[in-house]
Design a protein around this ligand. Structure first.
Ligand code: ADP
Length: 556
């Protein structure tokens, strides 16, 4: 695979998801791996430390007394626990010059707390057995050679149950000479004598590496300067740790492989949905608007994306269809007046009588300009441009102005035109010219389709945060088959062919209402009349209601 192909692959969402997933799993695993490993390591080291500490306490007591250790005794002198007051006071009273070298506490046969203290006084060693009620003293008389011999025996005995290279015991003089040792040969134990010269603490714990052995050693300086060394082999513990590490390593590799495969498959499953959208988009880009994205089972979000995408395509398709209809209609509607214009000009030219021609040309041009301007206005309104400049407006004022403008025409046709205002309405946040056009178109249509003697009425009411504008007439009404189409561009009802118009008035009205977030509906019965009902929301900032006003009306 070439570098470019590899780069492309790493750039895919799928590869990134897999990478992030594996990195997270790796991080989580390394954290838990370290936790488990170090917990186990500390556990093994503590276990070894505990074991060699127990040996050292036993040996020290035996070295000092020549006796076996006291069963269940807990060494206190070397630990932070202080010798209880009653014991220190008793020793002080008994032998004020005593210097404590070892102490432990246990329970005697009567269940009393018993403190055993070994102390040095006047170059002699004494053992004190102290209970809260009495103190017993015994002098420890064993010589150094007896002690060394007893240690030698004890070392052999204690290492008897252990494997040859598991525990190492050593008694050394202050200058490093081996006085007693466990079963191993002096050469095998030589490594334990090496750090003696660098350490000066009374008791210390250290680690050695000797050939294949890793050893933990405790050095205890005894009261006479000799050194007791107890060491435990850590090789077994380290082998166990190495096993644990390799098991964890194998599990880690396994988990990485599983998570890589899992995230590859999972991401592939989710991306299937996106691929469907991509394919549909590619077909649509080639002009196939019948393409839609099918719903799948990848998950709700993918289906939501598919639904939004399909809705968007529906909308685009609808807009394109409308655009086509509008351009067809414009072409059709412009052709008729242009043909008429051309015919008249030709007639005037052939007949030589062209006196009326300029008037006819102007008339036809006005009609054409009206169509073009209104079409542009509808487009602007639908795009939100025309109604963008808004102001606080009292719709009743616009209604009254409309009545004033159309009253002469209505009266000339013997029609009553009347405005019935509400006692009080809120102001609207709308474009004034848009409202004038809206009312003008509705009233003009009402007068146009109402016979003499009829009535046209404008009524405004306010209810539940909305203004209702009703324009009703007692005219010819709208045929049921026309009702669904009257708001379409260039649509004219069958009965209105003889009247002047372009079929754009109601399209503009509807575009304005929608731009103002309002609604429009029509009720009509042929021969009885038509009522247009428009509702317009009152914006919260324009809620200041106008005071009651005198009823204004156009004559009729
Ligand atoms: P125009 O009035 O130029 O024909 P419009 O878009 O204003 O175009 O109206 C579309 C059609 O709706 C009209 O041709 C007519 O058939 C019908 N119409 C509109 N208003 C009324 C009305 N008040 N009474 C009866 N018919 C109407």
């Amino acid at each position: 695979m070439s570098w470019n192909k590899l780069k492309t692959l790493f750039n895919t969402v799928r590869a990134k998801m897999c990478g992030i997933n594996v990195a997270l799993i790796l991080m989580a695993f390394l954290l838990s791996f370290n936790g488990i490993y170090f917990f186990q390591r500390n556990y093994l080291l503590n276990e070894m430390e505990e074991k060699i500490t127990i040996f050292s306490n036993e040996f020290e007591y035996e070295y000092l007394t020549g006796d076996e250790e006291i069963p269940g005794a807990e060494v206190i002198h070397t630990q932070t626990v202080d010798i209880p007051d009653f014991a220190s006071i008793a020793i002080q009273r008994h032998r004020p010059e005593a210097n404590v070298v070892f102490a432990c506490q246990s329970l005697n046969q009567m269940g009393e707390n018993t403190i055993t203290v070994i102390a040095e006084a006047d170059d002699l060693l004494f053992e004190f057995t102290i209970t809260p009620s009495r103190i017993e003293e015994r002098e420890l008389t064993a010589s150094l050679s007896e002690r060394i011999a007893s240690m030698h025996e004890e070392f052999n005995e204690e290492s008897y149950g252990e494997d040859d290279q598991q525990v190492f015991f050593l008694l050394m003089s202050a200058d490093g000479e081996m006085l007693a040792h466990s079963r191993q040969s002096p050469d095998e134990l030589r490594f334990l004598t090496e750090p003696v010269h660098v350490q000066s603490d009374k008791t210390w714990l250290t680690r050695h590496r000797q050939g294949n052995h890793s050893v933990m050693a405790l050095y205890k300086r005894l009261y006479d300067g000799n050194l007791l060394v107890i060491a435990g082999n850590l090789t077994k513990a380290e082998r166990n740790l190495a096993h644990l590490a390799s098991i964890l390593g194998i599990v880690m590799v396994f988990m990485i492989v599983v998570s890589l495969a899992g995230s590859w498959l999972l991401s592939g499953m989710f991306l299937k949905g996106l691929n469907r959208v991509k394919k549909a988009a590619a077909h649509i880009a080639e002009g196939d608007f019948d393409q839609r994205v099918a719903m799948g089972r990848e998950g709700q979000e993918i289906n939501e994306l598919a639904t939004v995408f399909n809705d968007m395509v529906d909308q685009v398709e609808k807009l394109l269809r409308e655009l086509k209809t509008v351009s067809d209609d414009i072409a059709h509607d412009l052709r008729t007046p242009l043909t008429v214009l051309r015919g008249r000009a030709e007639l005037a030219l052939t007949s030589g009588n062209g006196t009326d021609l300029p008037i006819q040309v102007l008339d036809s041009c006005d009609h054409l300009l009206d169509i073009i301007n209104t079409t542009l206005l509808i487009s602007q309104t639908e795009a939100g441009l025309f109604t963008a400049q808004r102001e606080e407006l009292d719709l009743q004022d616009v209604a009254q102005q409309t009545v004033d403008i159309f009253l002469p025409a209505a009266e000339a046709q013997g029609i009553t035109l009347e405005f019935v205002p509400a006692p009080k309405v809120s102001l609207l946040q709308v474009n004034r010219t848009a409202m004038q056009r809206l009312l003008g178109n509705l009233v003009e249509n009402a007068i146009k389709f109402t016979p003499p003697g009829g009535r046209v009425e404008i009524r405004i009411t306010e209810e539940a945060g909305k203004l209702s504008l009703v324009v009703s007439d007692t005219g010819s009404g709208i045929q049921p088959q026309d009702k669904d189409n009257i708001f379409k561009r260039f649509y004219r009802g069958d009965g209105s062919r003889s009247t002047r118009g372009s079929g754009l008035g109601l399209s503009l009205v509807k575009a304005i209402v929608i731009a103002c977030d309002g609604t429009i509906s029509v009720e009509s019965a042929p021969g009885t009349g038509t009522t247009f009902l428009i509702t317009l929301p009152i914006a919260s900032q324009t809620n200041a209601a106008k005071p009651a006003r005198d009823e204004k009306s156009g004559g009729g």
